[in-house]
Design a protein around this ligand. Structure first.
Ligand SMILES: [Zn+2]
Length: 432
C-alpha cells in the first residue's frame, strides 16, 4: 500500500519536474489560465458563428466585428473600425492595438467574414459529438480569431502585455477581397510596416504543421484574332491559319515551353472560339457563334497562374508573352495579366519563426511542428504582408471541409492551440 503510494507520488513529481523544466513558472500560469477560460472561449465561438457574416452581408460582418471589438477592449486594446467606401461593397476591417516598445512587434491576422452568405442553408453551430462542431466559418476562421483573443486574454490576465506592441487585424473581406486591392489591403500592409512579425490564424493544415510559404496567384486573358473568310481558303496566302489554330498553337506552346518549374502552375479555365465570342466575367459564362465553313475570327482564353516568388511570376509572364508573339499567318494575339495574391516566399526569417513555434510546441509536450507543403496551401491575407515581415500562417483551428456546408471545427484542439499561440507571443514580446 505504502509502496504503491510512494511510487505514485514519485511519478507525479517526475512529470511535474519534467514540465517545469521546459516551461517557466510564468508560462505554467498562462497555460492554466487558458484551461480555465476554455469553456468561455468555446461559447464565444458558438456565439460569433451564429451571427451570419458572409462577405456580402455587411451588417453581419460588422456585428461579428463588434463582438470581437468589445472583447478586445475588455483586455485593454484600442479599437479602430476601418470602413470601406460604399462602391466597394465590403464591410470594413477591425483593428485592435496595444502600443509599446518591448521585444518583437507583432501583427496577428484573422478575418471576420465567411463564404456562407445569408441565403445559405448552413447558418448555425451544432455539436456533432463531444469534440466536433458543425459550424459555418467556425474553422475558416472564427476559430482562429478566438485563439488570438484567448491567447492575448491569458497574457493580459497575468499582467504580461505591458509595453508590448501588438496589432490584431481582422479583415472583413478575406473570402472575397474588395477591389481595388490597393484600398482593401492598405491598412493591413501599413500595420505590417509597423511590425516585425506577422502571425496568421487561418485554419490549420494539421496539428503539427504551419505555413512558412504559399503560392501567389494571378489571372491571365488571351485574345486571338484571325481573318474571317470562307473555310475553303484556310492555309492560303490570303487567309492564313484562323484564330482557333492560333490559339491552339499558343496553348500547346505554354504546355511544352513554359511548364516545368517547381511550384509553378498555370491553368486555362475557359476557351471560346468562332466568328463572334462573348464572355460575361461576372457570371463566368459565355457564348459563341460560328460555322464549320467559316475560318474562325476570334478566340479567347481565361486562365490562372500560381507561383512561389515574384521572380517566378515575372519570368513566366515573359515566357508566355514570347510564345504568344510568334503568330501564325494572318493572326494576331495578345495576353494580359492581372495580379491577385502575391506569393509568400519561403524566407529564412519565416523558417526561424517556425523553429520558435516548434520549440514552444515541444516544451508544451505537443510534438514537433513542420513546414506545410507550399504547393498545397491556398492564398490568404498573410501573403499581402509577407514582403514586409517574417511570417507564419495556418496557426488556427483544425477541422474539416472548410468552404462547404459540411464544415466542422475541432473544439478539442482550441485549448492546445491557444496555449501554443500564447506562449509563442509571450516569448516573442520578451525577446531582446
Ligand atoms: Zn479564411
Amino acid at each position: 500500500m505504502h509502496q504503491k503510494l510512494l511510487l505514485t507520488l514519485a511519478t507525479i513529481f517526475f512529470f511535474v519536474g519534467l514540465n517545469a523544466q521546459k516551461l517557466s513558472k510564468q508560462e505554467i500560469k498562462i497555460v492554466k489560465n487558458i484551461e480555465q477560460n476554455n469553456p468561455e472561449a468555446i461559447s464565444f465561438l458558438e456565439k460569433v458563428v451564429n451571427i451570419n457574416s458572409g462577405t456580402l452581408n455587411l451588417a453581419g460582418v460588422e456585428k461579428v466585428g463588434k463582438e470581437f471589438a468589445t472583447a478586445f477592449e475588455g483586455i485593454g486594446f484600442e479599437i479602430t473600425w476601418i470602413p470601406m467606401p460604399d462602391e466597394m461593397n465590403r464591410a470594413g476591417h477591425l483593428f485592435a492595438e496595444i502600443k509599446g516598445t518591448k521585444g518583437k512587434k507583432l501583427l496577428l491576422i484573422g478575418h471576420l467574414d465567411t463564404v456562407f452568405e445569408e441565403d445559405s442553408p448552413f447558418q448555425t453551430f451544432e455539436m456533432v459529438n463531444d469534440s466536433m462542431a458543425h459550424a459555418p466559418g467556425g474553422n475558416d476562421m472564427k476559430g482562429g480569431d478566438v485563439i488570438i483573443l484567448y491567447a492575448l486574454k491569458a497574457l493580459k490576465e497575468n499582467g504580461l502585455l505591458n509595453d508590448a506592441q501588438i496589432i490584431v487585424a481582422f479583415t472583413g473581406d478575406e473570402e472575397s477581397s474588395g477591389n481595388p486591392l490597393e484600398k482593401s489591403r492598405r491598412d493591413l500592409i501599413d500595420a505590417a510596416k509597423r511590425s516585425d512579425i506577422a502571425l496568421g490564424f487561418e485554419n490549420s493544415t494539421g496539428f503539427n504543421y504551419a505555413t512558412v510559404a504559399r503560392r501567389g496567384s494571378s489571372g491571365w486573358k488571351l485574345e486571338v484574332e484571325g481573318k474571317r473568310a470562307h473555310s475553303a481558303g484556310i492555309f492560303s496566302e490570303n487567309v492564313g491559319a484562323g484564330a482557333i489554330f492560333e490559339v491552339s498553337r499558343i496553348l500547346n506552346g505554354f504546355y511544352t515551353d513554359v511548364k516545368g518549374e517547381d511550384l509553378l502552375t498555370f491553368n486555362p479555365g475557359t476557351l471560346l472560339g468562332g466568328t463572334f465570342v462573348e464572355f460575361d466575367d461576372k457570371k463566368s459564362e459565355g457564348t459563341v457563334f460560328g460555322k464549320t465553313n467559316v475560318v474562325a475570327q476570334k478566340a479567347e482564353v481565361r486562365g490562372g497562374l500560381r507561383f512561389i516568388s515574384e521572380e517566378q511570376k515575372e519570368r513566366t509572364r515573359t515566357k508566355m508573352r514570347e510564345v504568344v508573339s510568334k503568330n501564325l499567318p494572318h493572326t494576331s494575339a495578345t495576353i494580359t495579366f492581372t495580379d491577385s495574391y502575391p506569393a509568400m516566399q519561403p524566407t529564412s526569417g519565416n523558417e526561424t519563426l517556425l523553429k520558435k513555434l516548434n520549440k514552444v510546441s515541444l516544451d508544451l509536450g505537443q510534438g514537433e511542428v513542420l513546414a506545410y507543403d507550399p504547393g498545397k496551401r491556398g492564398a490568404a491575407d498573410t501573403s499581402f504582408v509577407a514582403e514586409y515581415v517574417d511570417c507564419l500562417d495556418g496557426l488556427g483551428t483544425m477541422g474539416n471541409a472548410a468552404h462547404t456546408p459540411e464544415e466542422t471545427v475541432n473544439l478539442n484542439t482550441i485549448e492546445a492551440l491557444t496555449k501554443r499561440t500564447a506562449l509563442l507571443i509571450y516569448r516573442l514580446i520578451n525577446e531582446q
